[in-house]
Design a protein around this ligand. Structure first.
Ligand SMILES: [Zn+2]
Ligand SMILES: [Zn+2]
Length: 131
């Protein structure tokens, strides 16, 4: 049987596979429209919930309340623009000192294993228009 939801679901996955940044439901719907697969929000939310239950995609909720989705992968971090809410994937290992051992104010140490940070700021295009 030809199941419309299965078609949408596999297209949502391939859209998320072919992007290097997390997408909102609005962006996912726009991407589906581009390949002539119309879908309403309710359908997309239902499909997304299933994909999250199956741990195929993960949800990122930013301060503004916007939810973004990306394929479940190795834990990493996100840079989020306060102005346009653009979101970028990053690994803080690349911006933190190499040592995984952190010394806490108490004098004890803490060994970092995984991390999942949301770092807020201003992206390059918003900074350009702001000056
Ligand atoms: Zn921005
Ligand atoms: Zn990410």
């Amino acid at each position: 049987m030809f199941d419309r939801n299965t078609v949408i679901s596999s297209n949502v996955l391939s859209i998320l596979q072919n992007t290097n940044q997390p997408l909102s439901v609005k962006q996912i719907i726009e991407n589906l429209q581009e390949i002539s697969i119309p879908a309403n929000k309710t359908t997309i939310y239902r499909i997304i919930k299933k994909l999250i239950d199956k741990k195929q995609i993960s949800e990122i909720v930013i301060n503004s309340g916007i939810k973004y989705y990306e394929l479940t992968s190795k834990k990493h971090d996100h840079l989020i623009c306060n102005e346009c809410h653009a979101i970028f994937c990053i690994d803080v290992k690349n911006i933190l000192p190499a040592s995984k051992i952190k010394r806490l104010p108490s004098g004890k140490t803490f060994k970092m294993k995984t991390h999942q940070l949301n770092i807020y700021g201003v992206c390059e295009s918003c900074e350009d228009t702001g000056s």
